[in-house]
Write a protein that binds this ligand. Sequence first.
Ligand code: UZR
Ligand code: MG
Length: 210
Amino acid sequence: MTRTTIIAIAGASASGKSLFSQTIYNELVNELEPGAIAIIEEDAYYKDQSHLPMAHRTQTNYDHPDAFEHALMLEHLTQLRSGNSVEVPSYDYAQHTRSEKTRRVPAAKILIVEGILLLSDKALNKEFDIKVFIDTPLDICLMRRMQRDMEQRGRTLQSVVEQYQATVRPMFYQFIEPSKHNADLVVTRGGMNRVAIDIIKSKIKYLLQE
Ligand code: UZR
Ligand code: MG
């Protein structure tokens, strides 16, 4: 196989996209030869806001496509397809901006990308060979989001609830849910759907043998 296959995993915030993608990646990475598989998060491409004061940064609508530098992600996907490595930015959720660090991602035969708005972007969609939507009930996502954002992203319960009402929920209905129709596969329940994980793993192994 010469061509890179890009697998996109999308779905609501806290639907289990990262868990689903990382489970597939972690279970395969040691088994496959180096350079076979890589993973990139859309979250890494949140725009740099270091020029803005903190009070402004907290007002940004992070659930809108404009919050992301999708053009940079597209360029990176093109570079990776051409066999070049890229420097993927990293994002600091507590500071609401890009951090200094970058992560070098080498070209790989299989590239997994995951994020909330991947399937809502026309140009990115053209790059994806396999499109998966994680379809988790929103109440489950909200509970997971409260727990995660308070434990890992330095938030208060009040801030999670406010953000949820102001942007997370409305943007889900405006952008994320309609993008489900661009998916090839819909995975029910969330990131622990074992049958779905195994099906994607089998497909990846099959592609690598071709
Ligand atoms: P996932 N997000 C922040 O809360 N702050 C930031 O600085 C950047 C992103 C949140 C964003 C979105 N929303 O819902 C979520 N809000 O990160 C996407 N409000 O990340 O797919 O891992 O849930
Ligand atoms: Mg995530």
